[in-house]
Ligand binder design. Structure first.
Ligand code: AFP
Length: 355
Protein backbone atom coordinates (compact mmCIF):
# COMPACT_ATOMS: atom_id res chain seq x y z
CA UNK A 1 0.00 0.00 0.00
CA UNK A 2 1.30 3.47 -0.84
CA UNK A 3 -0.74 5.57 1.61
CA UNK A 4 1.17 8.72 2.46
CA UNK A 5 3.50 8.38 -0.55
CA UNK A 6 3.60 10.87 -3.40
CA UNK A 7 1.52 10.18 -6.50
CA UNK A 8 2.57 11.33 -9.97
CA UNK A 9 -0.25 13.92 -10.00
CA UNK A 10 0.84 15.39 -6.67
CA UNK A 11 4.46 15.48 -7.85
CA UNK A 12 3.45 17.29 -11.05
CA UNK A 13 1.31 19.82 -9.19
CA UNK A 14 4.25 20.61 -6.91
CA UNK A 15 7.01 20.60 -9.54
CA UNK A 16 5.58 21.57 -12.90
CA UNK A 17 2.39 23.55 -12.70
CA UNK A 18 4.07 26.87 -11.77
CA UNK A 19 6.18 27.21 -14.96
CA UNK A 20 5.22 28.50 -18.46
CA UNK A 21 2.30 26.35 -19.68
CA UNK A 22 3.01 24.36 -16.49
CA UNK A 23 -0.57 23.32 -15.74
CA UNK A 24 -0.96 22.09 -19.33
CA UNK A 25 2.35 20.24 -19.16
CA UNK A 26 1.34 18.56 -15.89
CA UNK A 27 -1.97 17.52 -17.47
CA UNK A 28 -0.14 16.22 -20.57
CA UNK A 29 2.18 14.07 -18.44
CA UNK A 30 -0.89 12.64 -16.71
CA UNK A 31 -2.14 11.74 -20.22
CA UNK A 32 1.20 10.05 -20.97
CA UNK A 33 0.75 8.04 -17.76
CA UNK A 34 -2.77 7.04 -18.85
CA UNK A 35 -1.47 5.70 -22.19
CA UNK A 36 1.35 3.89 -20.36
CA UNK A 37 -1.16 2.19 -18.04
CA UNK A 38 -3.16 0.99 -21.05
CA UNK A 39 0.00 -0.39 -22.73
CA UNK A 40 1.15 -2.00 -19.46
CA UNK A 41 -2.21 -3.79 -19.20
CA UNK A 42 -2.05 -4.93 -22.84
CA UNK A 43 1.55 -6.17 -22.68
CA UNK A 44 0.99 -7.96 -19.35
CA UNK A 45 -1.62 -10.18 -21.00
CA UNK A 46 1.08 -11.72 -23.21
CA UNK A 47 -0.20 -14.46 -25.51
CA UNK A 48 -3.58 -14.35 -23.69
CA UNK A 49 -4.21 -10.90 -25.16
CA UNK A 50 -3.78 -12.21 -28.71
CA UNK A 51 -1.26 -9.43 -29.49
CA UNK A 52 1.93 -11.48 -29.90
CA UNK A 53 3.54 -12.52 -33.22
CA UNK A 54 4.15 -10.25 -36.21
CA UNK A 55 1.97 -8.35 -38.69
CA UNK A 56 2.31 -8.15 -42.46
CA UNK A 57 2.95 -4.40 -42.20
CA UNK A 58 6.36 -2.70 -42.21
CA UNK A 59 6.96 0.73 -40.66
CA UNK A 60 8.88 3.63 -42.23
CA UNK A 61 12.10 2.18 -40.75
CA UNK A 62 11.60 -0.99 -42.81
CA UNK A 63 10.88 -3.00 -39.63
CA UNK A 64 8.09 -5.58 -39.47
CA UNK A 65 5.44 -4.29 -37.07
CA UNK A 66 4.14 -6.28 -34.11
CA UNK A 67 0.48 -6.07 -33.05
CA UNK A 68 1.63 -4.44 -29.80
CA UNK A 69 3.60 -1.78 -31.74
CA UNK A 70 0.40 -0.77 -33.49
CA UNK A 71 -1.84 -1.01 -30.39
CA UNK A 72 0.63 1.01 -28.33
CA UNK A 73 0.83 3.66 -31.05
CA UNK A 74 -2.97 3.88 -31.10
CA UNK A 75 -3.05 4.19 -27.29
CA UNK A 76 -0.72 7.22 -27.43
CA UNK A 77 -2.32 8.86 -30.47
CA UNK A 78 -5.87 8.51 -29.11
CA UNK A 79 -4.89 9.75 -25.66
CA UNK A 80 -3.09 12.81 -27.09
CA UNK A 81 -5.89 13.51 -29.58
CA UNK A 82 -8.57 13.42 -26.88
CA UNK A 83 -6.46 15.35 -24.36
CA UNK A 84 -6.43 18.74 -26.11
CA UNK A 85 -2.86 19.44 -24.95
CA UNK A 86 -0.83 18.77 -28.11
CA UNK A 87 -0.98 20.30 -31.58
CA UNK A 88 0.56 17.26 -33.27
CA UNK A 89 2.34 13.97 -32.74
CA UNK A 90 5.18 12.11 -34.45
CA UNK A 91 5.90 8.44 -33.84
CA UNK A 92 8.30 5.71 -34.86
CA UNK A 93 5.29 3.84 -36.19
CA UNK A 94 3.95 6.65 -38.43
CA UNK A 95 5.64 7.76 -41.66
CA UNK A 96 4.64 11.42 -41.21
CA UNK A 97 3.75 13.57 -38.20
CA UNK A 98 0.05 13.66 -37.44
CA UNK A 99 -1.58 17.07 -36.82
CA UNK A 100 -4.49 17.39 -34.39
CA UNK A 101 -7.51 18.71 -36.32
CA UNK A 102 -11.10 19.67 -35.45
CA UNK A 103 -13.24 18.44 -33.79
CA UNK A 104 -10.25 17.86 -31.51
CA UNK A 105 -8.60 20.79 -29.76
CA UNK A 106 -4.96 21.77 -30.36
CA UNK A 107 -2.72 22.40 -27.34
CA UNK A 108 0.65 24.12 -26.81
CA UNK A 109 2.91 21.04 -27.18
CA UNK A 110 4.15 18.47 -29.68
CA UNK A 111 4.56 14.85 -28.58
CA UNK A 112 7.17 12.63 -30.21
CA UNK A 113 7.41 8.99 -29.18
CA UNK A 114 8.50 5.42 -29.73
CA UNK A 115 5.36 3.64 -28.52
CA UNK A 116 7.01 0.25 -27.99
CA UNK A 117 10.79 0.12 -27.90
CA UNK A 118 12.48 -3.28 -28.00
CA UNK A 119 9.47 -4.96 -29.56
CA UNK A 120 11.62 -7.83 -30.89
CA UNK A 121 11.58 -8.93 -27.23
CA UNK A 122 7.80 -9.23 -26.86
CA UNK A 123 7.47 -12.85 -27.87
CA UNK A 124 10.31 -13.78 -25.50
CA UNK A 125 8.54 -12.01 -22.60
CA UNK A 126 11.55 -9.75 -22.04
CA UNK A 127 11.09 -6.15 -20.86
CA UNK A 128 9.97 -3.56 -23.41
CA UNK A 129 9.21 0.13 -23.01
CA UNK A 130 7.84 3.39 -24.42
CA UNK A 131 9.89 6.57 -24.91
CA UNK A 132 8.46 10.09 -25.20
CA UNK A 133 9.66 13.64 -25.79
CA UNK A 134 7.57 16.79 -25.34
CA UNK A 135 8.37 19.95 -27.34
CA UNK A 136 6.74 23.38 -27.62
CA UNK A 137 4.37 23.64 -30.59
CA UNK A 138 4.37 26.71 -32.85
CA UNK A 139 2.19 29.46 -31.38
CA UNK A 140 -0.03 29.72 -34.47
CA UNK A 141 -1.46 27.27 -36.97
CA UNK A 142 -1.06 23.60 -37.72
CA UNK A 143 2.44 22.25 -36.97
CA UNK A 144 4.62 21.45 -39.98
CA UNK A 145 7.35 18.78 -40.12
CA UNK A 146 10.03 21.45 -39.51
CA UNK A 147 8.41 22.27 -36.15
CA UNK A 148 9.39 18.84 -34.84
CA UNK A 149 13.06 19.29 -35.81
CA UNK A 150 14.11 20.97 -32.57
CA UNK A 151 17.43 20.18 -30.84
CA UNK A 152 17.09 17.97 -27.77
CA UNK A 153 18.07 20.81 -25.46
CA UNK A 154 14.69 22.43 -26.30
CA UNK A 155 12.70 19.50 -24.88
CA UNK A 156 10.16 20.55 -22.29
CA UNK A 157 9.86 17.06 -20.80
CA UNK A 158 10.95 13.55 -21.70
CA UNK A 159 10.96 10.09 -20.26
CA UNK A 160 10.20 6.45 -20.68
CA UNK A 161 7.96 3.70 -19.37
CA UNK A 162 9.45 0.28 -18.64
CA UNK A 163 7.12 -2.71 -18.82
CA UNK A 164 9.07 -5.18 -16.72
CA UNK A 165 8.19 -7.17 -13.60
CA UNK A 166 6.97 -3.77 -12.38
CA UNK A 167 5.80 -0.93 -14.65
CA UNK A 168 7.87 2.20 -14.13
CA UNK A 169 7.54 5.72 -15.47
CA UNK A 170 10.77 7.74 -15.41
CA UNK A 171 10.66 11.38 -16.45
CA UNK A 172 12.31 14.74 -16.39
CA UNK A 173 10.97 18.25 -16.84
CA UNK A 174 14.49 19.66 -16.56
CA UNK A 175 14.66 19.48 -12.77
CA UNK A 176 16.25 16.12 -12.13
CA UNK A 177 15.14 12.66 -13.17
CA UNK A 178 12.44 10.94 -11.14
CA UNK A 179 10.98 7.42 -11.22
CA UNK A 180 7.43 6.31 -10.42
CA UNK A 181 6.23 2.73 -9.92
CA UNK A 182 2.72 1.69 -10.94
CA UNK A 183 0.64 0.41 -8.04
CA UNK A 184 -1.49 -1.94 -10.14
CA UNK A 185 -4.25 -2.48 -7.57
CA UNK A 186 -4.89 1.23 -7.12
CA UNK A 187 -3.88 2.40 -10.62
CA UNK A 188 -1.58 5.20 -9.41
CA UNK A 189 2.04 5.92 -10.24
CA UNK A 190 3.91 6.44 -6.96
CA UNK A 191 7.19 8.35 -6.63
CA UNK A 192 9.64 5.59 -5.70
CA UNK A 193 12.91 6.90 -7.18
CA UNK A 194 13.26 10.66 -6.57
CA UNK A 195 16.30 12.48 -7.98
CA UNK A 196 18.01 9.52 -9.60
CA UNK A 197 21.81 9.90 -9.88
CA UNK A 198 23.87 7.76 -12.26
CA UNK A 199 27.19 6.78 -10.62
CA UNK A 200 30.01 8.60 -12.43
CA UNK A 201 32.10 5.42 -12.71
CA UNK A 202 31.07 1.98 -13.79
CA UNK A 203 32.34 -1.53 -14.37
CA UNK A 204 29.57 -2.48 -16.81
CA UNK A 205 29.23 -1.87 -20.54
CA UNK A 206 26.41 -2.64 -23.00
CA UNK A 207 26.92 -3.05 -26.73
CA UNK A 208 25.85 -5.54 -29.40
CA UNK A 209 29.23 -7.18 -30.05
CA UNK A 210 27.93 -9.01 -33.14
CA UNK A 211 28.51 -5.66 -34.89
CA UNK A 212 32.18 -5.47 -33.82
CA UNK A 213 33.58 -5.78 -37.34
CA UNK A 214 31.62 -2.65 -38.36
CA UNK A 215 32.74 -0.41 -35.45
CA UNK A 216 35.09 2.56 -35.66
CA UNK A 217 38.56 2.18 -34.04
CA UNK A 218 37.79 4.27 -30.90
CA UNK A 219 34.90 1.94 -30.00
CA UNK A 220 36.99 -1.17 -30.73
CA UNK A 221 39.74 0.27 -28.51
CA UNK A 222 37.34 1.05 -25.64
CA UNK A 223 35.62 -2.35 -25.71
CA UNK A 224 38.90 -4.32 -26.04
CA UNK A 225 40.25 -2.47 -23.02
CA UNK A 226 37.12 -3.36 -21.02
CA UNK A 227 37.35 -7.00 -22.12
CA UNK A 228 41.04 -7.18 -21.18
CA UNK A 229 39.97 -6.43 -17.59
CA UNK A 230 42.64 -6.63 -14.89
CA UNK A 231 45.28 -7.71 -17.41
CA UNK A 232 44.65 -4.69 -19.67
CA UNK A 233 45.32 -0.95 -19.41
CA UNK A 234 42.19 -0.40 -17.26
CA UNK A 235 43.59 -2.81 -14.64
CA UNK A 236 40.11 -3.89 -13.49
CA UNK A 237 37.46 -6.30 -14.65
CA UNK A 238 34.30 -5.18 -16.48
CA UNK A 239 30.99 -6.95 -16.93
CA UNK A 240 28.81 -6.86 -20.06
CA UNK A 241 25.01 -6.81 -20.56
CA UNK A 242 22.86 -6.59 -23.71
CA UNK A 243 19.06 -6.80 -23.55
CA UNK A 244 18.32 -5.35 -27.03
CA UNK A 245 15.74 -3.10 -25.40
CA UNK A 246 17.10 0.41 -25.00
CA UNK A 247 14.61 1.32 -22.27
CA UNK A 248 15.63 -1.63 -20.10
CA UNK A 249 19.30 -0.88 -20.77
CA UNK A 250 18.98 2.83 -19.85
CA UNK A 251 16.96 1.97 -16.76
CA UNK A 252 19.66 -0.42 -15.52
CA UNK A 253 22.22 2.35 -16.05
CA UNK A 254 20.06 4.80 -14.08
CA UNK A 255 19.83 2.31 -11.24
CA UNK A 256 23.47 1.19 -10.96
CA UNK A 257 25.61 2.93 -13.59
CA UNK A 258 27.01 1.65 -16.88
CA UNK A 259 27.69 2.74 -20.43
CA UNK A 260 25.34 2.00 -23.35
CA UNK A 261 26.71 2.12 -26.88
CA UNK A 262 24.96 1.91 -30.22
CA UNK A 263 27.81 3.66 -32.02
CA UNK A 264 28.36 4.79 -35.59
CA UNK A 265 29.19 1.75 -37.71
CA UNK A 266 29.64 0.76 -41.33
CA UNK A 267 26.99 -2.00 -41.36
CA UNK A 268 24.67 0.07 -43.53
CA UNK A 269 26.47 3.11 -45.03
CA UNK A 270 23.09 4.86 -45.38
CA UNK A 271 22.58 4.81 -41.58
CA UNK A 272 25.07 6.61 -39.32
CA UNK A 273 23.64 4.74 -36.31
CA UNK A 274 20.69 2.55 -35.40
CA UNK A 275 18.79 4.68 -32.91
CA UNK A 276 16.45 7.50 -33.82
CA UNK A 277 17.32 11.03 -32.70
CA UNK A 278 13.91 12.55 -31.99
CA UNK A 279 12.23 9.75 -30.05
CA UNK A 280 15.11 7.64 -28.70
CA UNK A 281 18.40 9.55 -28.42
CA UNK A 282 17.03 12.97 -27.42
CA UNK A 283 14.59 11.89 -24.70
CA UNK A 284 17.06 9.37 -23.26
CA UNK A 285 19.84 11.96 -23.48
CA UNK A 286 17.72 14.44 -21.51
CA UNK A 287 16.83 11.83 -18.84
CA UNK A 288 20.46 10.71 -18.53
CA UNK A 289 21.93 14.23 -18.32
CA UNK A 290 19.36 15.21 -15.69
CA UNK A 291 20.55 12.19 -13.69
CA UNK A 292 24.17 13.39 -13.85
CA UNK A 293 25.22 11.22 -16.81
CA UNK A 294 26.40 12.06 -20.33
CA UNK A 295 24.92 11.40 -23.79
CA UNK A 296 27.07 11.79 -26.90
CA UNK A 297 27.46 10.55 -30.44
CA UNK A 298 31.17 10.12 -29.63
CA UNK A 299 31.87 13.48 -31.27
CA UNK A 300 28.98 15.74 -30.25
CA UNK A 301 26.60 16.11 -27.32
CA UNK A 302 23.34 14.52 -28.41
CA UNK A 303 21.17 17.36 -27.09
CA UNK A 304 23.12 19.86 -29.26
CA UNK A 305 22.36 18.09 -32.57
CA UNK A 306 20.20 19.99 -35.07
CA UNK A 307 17.73 17.40 -36.43
CA UNK A 308 17.16 17.28 -40.18
CA UNK A 309 14.53 14.53 -40.41
CA UNK A 310 11.83 13.12 -38.16
CA UNK A 311 13.17 9.56 -38.39
CA UNK A 312 16.87 10.52 -38.44
CA UNK A 313 19.30 8.00 -36.93
CA UNK A 314 22.34 8.88 -34.84
CA UNK A 315 25.15 7.11 -32.98
CA UNK A 316 24.40 6.92 -29.24
CA UNK A 317 26.84 6.58 -26.34
CA UNK A 318 25.35 7.34 -22.93
CA UNK A 319 25.57 6.63 -19.23
CA UNK A 320 28.16 7.04 -16.48
CA UNK A 321 29.95 10.36 -16.90
CA UNK A 322 33.56 9.25 -16.65
CA UNK A 323 33.20 6.33 -19.05
CA UNK A 324 31.33 8.36 -21.69
CA UNK A 325 33.96 11.10 -21.37
CA UNK A 326 36.71 8.50 -21.87
CA UNK A 327 35.11 7.18 -25.06
CA UNK A 328 34.57 10.74 -26.35
CA UNK A 329 38.29 11.31 -25.72
CA UNK A 330 39.14 8.14 -27.69
CA UNK A 331 37.12 9.53 -30.63
CA UNK A 332 38.98 12.86 -30.42
CA UNK A 333 42.38 11.11 -30.25
CA UNK A 334 41.47 8.92 -33.21
CA UNK A 335 40.32 11.93 -35.25
CA UNK A 336 43.57 13.75 -34.37
CA UNK A 337 45.67 10.67 -35.23
CA UNK A 338 47.07 10.44 -31.67
CA UNK A 339 45.22 7.38 -30.42
CA UNK A 340 46.90 4.29 -29.01
CA UNK A 341 44.77 1.27 -29.95
CA UNK A 342 44.88 -1.51 -27.39
CA UNK A 343 46.62 -4.64 -28.56
CA UNK A 344 45.94 -7.76 -26.54
CA UNK A 345 49.18 -9.45 -25.38
CA UNK A 346 47.67 -12.74 -26.60
CA UNK A 347 47.81 -11.53 -30.19
CA UNK A 348 50.90 -9.29 -30.02
CA UNK A 349 54.41 -9.98 -31.40
CA UNK A 350 55.26 -12.62 -28.82
CA UNK A 351 51.67 -13.58 -27.95
CA UNK A 352 50.10 -17.02 -27.81
CA UNK A 353 47.76 -16.61 -30.77
CA UNK A 354 49.82 -14.61 -33.23
CA UNK A 355 48.77 -15.69 -36.73
P1 AFP B 1 12.55 -1.17 -31.91
O1 AFP B 1 12.15 0.21 -31.47
O2 AFP B 1 12.37 -1.37 -33.37
O3 AFP B 1 11.89 -2.22 -31.09
O4 AFP B 1 14.14 -1.31 -31.72
C1 AFP B 1 14.71 -1.33 -30.47
C2 AFP B 1 16.15 -0.92 -30.53
O5 AFP B 1 16.26 0.16 -31.42
C3 AFP B 1 16.73 -0.54 -29.16
O6 AFP B 1 15.84 -0.73 -28.13
C4 AFP B 1 17.87 -1.50 -28.95
O7 AFP B 1 18.96 -0.88 -28.38
C5 AFP B 1 18.16 -2.02 -30.30
O8 AFP B 1 16.95 -1.96 -31.02
C6 AFP B 1 18.69 -3.43 -30.24
O9 AFP B 1 18.86 -3.88 -31.52
P2 AFP B 1 19.92 -4.98 -31.98
O10 AFP B 1 19.09 -6.16 -32.34
O11 AFP B 1 20.57 -4.33 -33.14
O12 AFP B 1 20.86 -5.26 -30.86
Amino acid sequence: MHLGRKTLSKFLIENVSGSRDGASLAALLVDVAAAVKAIAALSAKGALGGATGSLESVNVQGETQKPLDVLSNTAFVNTFQMGGLVAGVASEEMDEPFPIRAPYVRGPFLAVFDPLDGSSNIDANVSVGSIFSILHAPEQGEPQTADYLQPGQHQVAAGYALYGPATLLVLTVGRGTHGFTLDREVGNFILTHPNIQIPADTGEFAINTSNERFWEPPVTRYVSECKAGKTGPRERDFNMRWIASMVAEVHRILMRGGIFMYPRDTKDPGKPGRLRLLYEANPMGFVVEQAGGRASTGRERILDLAPTQVHQRVPVILGSRNEVDRLVRYHAEYDAGTDKPYESPLFSERGLYRP
